[in-house]
Ligand binder design. Structure first.
Ligand code: C2O
Length: 406
């Protein structure tokens, strides 16, 4: 177990000193030209996050309008869509490094107990920025409710073409009208089933659909309940120099020694079920599974340059570095956030009580009042009402996976 070799009392998150990509246009930690303020809890809940598949026409229009405006901002504006996506990119795939005493190891907000709170912070500021752009401080980020049958597909509001600001062409279009497969990474993969339930008269197709829904619900049950007992299992293991970054190191070393085909240690060692299961699967299902660019994929051929400087084709959601470029990402993460919220409220899950976790902090840009950087600690975000939002009560009353024990 990599965690057991973690040195006592070390605080890796305090040691991030260097942004490794000063020239690539990713936001390095902001220089202190603008004030850094500590986060203070919002006085009341003003934003109710609803499922994206149930939004009325007015709300859909609002969501589109907000993202349209965000996309229109110049990328030099920290609240532009491009800059927001770059925030995610810079926090993964090794753009930030730990200080030299940590041998300059890459820092990542994935693969450890940092995952859930960091992403909660990130989409909180995204949500606020969208509300601000349309002058509506009750605007709440719709969530992609893939844990209920009616939400097990790409919500209609995200579909269409480039005229829809919520659309992204770098998705796996084979899955555009498919029922989600929350076990997409398992082999053998089940055949694709349409999102729209086939008529009962078509017995075989209907059976396949019902089975697929049932398997999805069982997977959510396993993630939330059966395998998600306790904070280490659900939220992930402590981030320390010997844990998640060690995984990369081990892989790099064996690659150096044995070449590209060397067997890999799995990064999921330090991930909790919240990150490792539906979260990851949905990314890959919506994007593409292959991290390798096909030979024909060049920047001129429509590829995008990812963190490693190589072109990746048709793959925003399926690749950490580019995932934030698809608006779907934020609604997907709103549901991941809701899964954590449900776990810690309805299911009675308790977070870590280590001060090291509770006091880990990150700084985000915010200019809803005036340009400033807000420092948030994990302890600030454990209760979503502190952040002025919550999730709709109706969906909480009926969670189909609660009784979906496999
Ligand atoms: Cu930062 Cu879903 O990943």
């Amino acid at each position: 177990n990599p965690v057991e070799s973690c040195r006592r009392g070390e605080k890796v998150t305090d040691k991030i000193v260097e942004c490794s990509d000063p020239n690539r246009g990713f936001p390095c930690p902001p220089a202190t030209r603008i004030p850094v303020v500590d986060f203070t809890p919002e006085p009341k809940v003003t934003r109710i996050r609803q499922p994206a598949h149930l939004l009325d026409a007015e709300y859909q229009a609002k969501y589109k309008e907000a993202v349209r405006k965000m996309r229109a901002l110049d990328k030099s504006n920290p609240l532009s869509f491009a800059a927001q996506a770059a925030v995610h990119e810079s926090y993964c795939d090794g753009h930030y490094r730990l200080d030299p005493s940590e041998k300059n190891r890459p820092f990542d907000v994935h693969f450890s107990w940092i995952f859930a709170p960091w992403h909660r912070m990130y989409i909180y500021f995204y949500e606020r920025a969208l509300g601000d752009l349309i002058g509506d401080d009750t605007f709440a980020l719709p969530y992609w409710g893939w844990d209920t049958p009616a939400g097990m597909g790409i919500p209609a509001v995200f579909k269409g073409d480039d005229d829809n600001p919520l659309f992204d062409p770098y998705r796996n279009m084979d899955n555009n009208d498919a029922l989600i497969d929350l076990d997409y990474l398992k082999t053998p993969r089940r055949p694709t089933v349409p999102f729209t339930p086939p008529p009962v008269s078509d017995a075989a197709a209907r059976q396949a659909y019902d089975d697929a829904v049932r398997t999805n619900l069982a997977t959510v049950y396993i993630q939330q309940i059966r395998d998600g007992k306790g904070p280490r299992a659900f939220l992930g293991e402590k981030l320390c120099s010997e844990a998640s970054s060690r995984v990369k190191e081990v892989n790099e070393r064996s690659k150096r020694r044995q070449g590209a085909g060397a067997p890999k240690v799995k990064a999921s060692n330090a991930q909790g079920t919240l990150e490792r299961m539906a979260h990851t699967t949905v990314h890959v299902w919506a994007g593409r599974s292959s991290p390798k660019a096909p030979a024909t994929c060049t920047v001129d051929g429509g590829g995008v340059v990812a963190h490693d400087g190589k072109p990746h084709c048709n793959n925003d959601m399926g690749f950490l570095g580019t995932a934030g470029r698809d608006p779907l990402f934020y609604s997907h993460h709103a549901n991941v956030d809701r899964m954590w919220h449900l776990w810690s409220t309805k299911l009675g899950g308790k977070g870590f009580d280590d001060a090291e976790w509770l006091d880990t902090s990150f700084v985000f840009y915010d200019d809803v009042k005036s340009p400033r950087l807000v420092r948030m600690k994990f302890r600030d975000v454990l209760d979503v009402t502190n952040l002025g939002y919550t999730y709709d009560k109706e969906s909480e009353a009926a969670l189909p996976w609660l009784k979906s024990k496999p």
